[in-house]
Design a protein around this ligand. Sequence first.
Ligand code: B12
Length: 416
Amino acid sequence: MELSAEIKARAHALGFQRVGIIPVGPSRTQEFYREWLNRGYAGEMAYLHRHAPLKADPTRWQPSARSMICLAANYNPPAPITGADSSRGRSPLRGRVSRYAWGRDYHEVLSDKVDELAKFIEQRAGCPVNRRHAVDSAPVMEREWAARAGLGWVGKNAMLIDRRLGSWLFLAELLVDLALKPLDAADDDGQPRAAPPAETDQSPLVLWESCGSCTACIDACPTGAIIAEKTVDARRCISYLTIELKGPIPQQWRAGIGDWVFGCDVCQDVCPWNRQAPATAESAFEGDRETAAPDLIELLALDESEFQARYRHSPIRRAKRKGLARNAAIALGNAVREGAATLEASGGGRPRWLAGAIRALIAAMHDREPVVRGAAAWALGPFGRDEARQALRAALDRETDDAAAMEIRCALDGTD
Ligand code: B12
């Protein structure tokens, strides 16, 4: 068998459902990327600015690279987890974690697999291979390269979508110093596209795509973050707000966050291409209820060592304890607002869960992180006129952080 075909077969066996091989050269989306940065859509993700020169051509990052092996792994968890997949029947005291973070950290899982693939290539090539791999955090335009290698198209929600697997895919790349025969990934499911795109220097950037006139993702995004086709303003994206943003979440997006405490799947949940998406066979990406739909009061109360122990091998580590506690407070704030509105409408008494949430939020007014205290104050806002008022007053007296003090004042004034 020819080396490229062997690599593809080995990568499939390692658990990558889509594999394409492409010569390394300049990126074709540099302009798109720079414009995106210039418009400020990256928010506080400064590393995306630093990466721009390296992303312009993968050989700036790995000078010896001649070919890129583009890989996609399905992470769609096999069974829905009660309370994590739909808003129906959910407990108001449970949050929601996006699917990509239900299992073990994909950086670890996929890096191990790519390493194995690299060793296989060295063995077959019979010589040491100069190589470097990327899984998410490296300066590589992963979606562009995946699309160019035939792994799918970049959809309106900016996700790389495969017509059989949908978009629940992690991407990874292995750069090697071998001039491998290019291979398109599009025939991995045994059904090659009618007209596979030719990779030539002159070929237009828009290769092929299948979103048609559908705008489900754009319409459904709770914070309106998909501001144009393939363009996400990260500053509004719930994924950015709950994971990357370290300070307070701007007031205007808090309601839209709903019960998401880490990442968000709305633009993928509504995508028609995900309706028939098969489940992953990789058990490392499966999760349990406590990860997928965590108890918000527990999250809010986790201390540093409990957080580290619980999320040691999880992507959730990235939010840090203070980020996750902040998110739990926002989700509780949304739950108490919904609960309060429903009660007002029905004229009913206050349910027990609401009392528990208020107690937990009052306790969080003693958190050592101002961003958590501020979020808890916001969450207590609707109760500014009864028992929470005393707690908020006391908190304001001892508050030393300006932003947190402002949140407390707003909560006391009843201004959102
Ligand atoms: C920064 C980042 C984010 C930011 C910004 C997201 C964004 N849309 O830009 C935030 C924190 C919001 C985020 C969220 C998520 N992310 Co993220 N993120 C990244 C990261 C590190 C860089 C992306 C980037 O450079 N953004 C800047 C914009 C301009 O680039 P882009 O969206 O990638 O767009 C490029 C292509 O679309 C291309 N392009 C545009 N038009 C066309 C047309 C054609 C024909 C072609 C070929 C290319 C092309 O041009 C752009 C520049 O290269 C990548 C890993 C990487 N190194 O690429 C992961 C990555 C994109 N994220 C990933 C995931 C899983 C997510 C989430 C689903 C997580 C979650 N559930 O919460 C969400 C999805 C949100 C969304 N709809 O995009 C996966 C996506 C896999 C896939 N199937 O597409 C990646 C590839 C990580 C990985 N290795 O698996 N993410």
